[in-house]
Ligand binder design. Structure first.
Ligand SMILES: [Zn+2]
Length: 323
């Protein structure tokens, strides 16, 4: 009987669940609303029900499933499998999620950060499939990150390594949600990009985005990129600033881990090649000139929303191999 693995992507709105074969094929996926306000025990029960139902329906019986991986927002004690607290998951404070799932499913369970899970997914089955060293960024409300070094995820002493959005790119700069100043996230996340555009218009800069702000009361990063496509000068300036910060992050990470590839994921990659081209341009501007770095690729992720479940399931696969 083939070995299969379950990957869970625990989000504030939805829980995505997928079943992966040992050769990294996604056999099925399903999704249920999180309903975090029901509390951890009820949410975990529903998770287990969803796994049992999907596994039974799809000829991947529970006996074929050998381990489970979960990607969740932090902070958490990953090695111990405990979620400490998460703003998107009210009532989830100090939840021993690994232990609770193990008891219900009688299978080995591994917990990791959601960005690490997505990074690992891209590494095993997506944009990082054929490299051994890669750095991964997700651009959304914040900037998440993951590092693959010599074929392994870099986890650090407490499992919290690769918080790449909180690398400081400007001493005493903008205040970040994390409390530090000058984090990359405070400049170049999707939310920060939209905020900088709003501030510029409020300061009197001319832009076709002004009408959007007046009509909707807010600007999103999607608006910025739409207006960039239409040739708006402010949208170009804002995109350039975002791209430059992301390029600086790449340069900093190059000096840390020497990856072969940088992979960008998350909602903001909908901006397309225009954003990627500017990141590549600024990377060339800021990188050292003592050695050519022409072989380093900067590209987009390819798995979309499935990266998290694929990565979590692949982590479960590693767990099984170890045990
Ligand atoms: Zn920060």
């Amino acid at each position: 009987m083939a070995d299969n693995f379950i990957g869970i992507d625990l989000g504030g709105t939805n829980i995505k669940i997928g079943c992966l074969s040992a050769d990294m094929k996604l056999l099925w996926k399903t999704s249920i609303p999180t309903n975090a306000q029901m509390g951890p025990a009820a949410v975990i029960d529903r998770m287990v029900d969803a796994i049992e139902e999907a596994a039974g329906n799809k000829n991947t019986s529970l006996e074929t499933i050998k381990a489970v991986g979960i990607g969740s927002p932090g902070p958490a004690k990953y090695a111990e499998g405990i979620l400490i607290r998460c703003t998107n998951l009210p009532k989830f404070t100090n939840v021993p999620i690994t232990k609770m799932l193990k008891e219900k499913l009688r299978l080995p369970v591994v917990l990791d950060n959601d960005a690490n899970a997505a990074c690992f997914g891209e590494f095993v089955a997506g944009a990082g499939k054929n490299v051994k060293n890669m750095v991964f960024f997700t651009l959304g409300t914040g900037i998440g990150g993951g590092i693959i070094s010599d074929g392994r995820l870099l986890r650090g002493s407490g499992g919290n390594a690769a918080e790449l959005g909180h690398i400081i790119v400007q001493a005493n700069g903008r205040l970040c949600n994390c409390g530090q100043r000058g984090c990359a996230e405070a400049y170049a996340s999707a939310s920060a990009t939209a905020r900088r555009a709003t501030e510029a218009i409020e300061a009197g800069e001319q832009s076709s985005l002004k009408e959007v702000l007046e009509e909707k009361g807010e600007i999103t990063s999607k608006d910025v990129y739409e207006h960039l496509g239409k040739g708006d000068k402010l949208a170009k300036k804002i995109t350039d600033e975002t791209a430059e910060v992301l390029a600086v992050l790449c340069v900093n990470m190059l000096h840390c881990t020497e990856p072969e590839r940088f992979v960008f994921a998350g909602g903001m990659i909908a901006a397309g090649e225009m954003l990627l081209d500017r990141i590549r341009y600024y990377f060339k501007q800021h990188i050292w000139k003592i050695k050519s770095e022409d072989n380093i690729e900067i590209c987009f992720a390819t798995l979309g929303e499935d990266a998290g479940i694929i990565g979590a399931a692949a982590m479960a696969g590693e767990l099984k191999t170890k045990s």
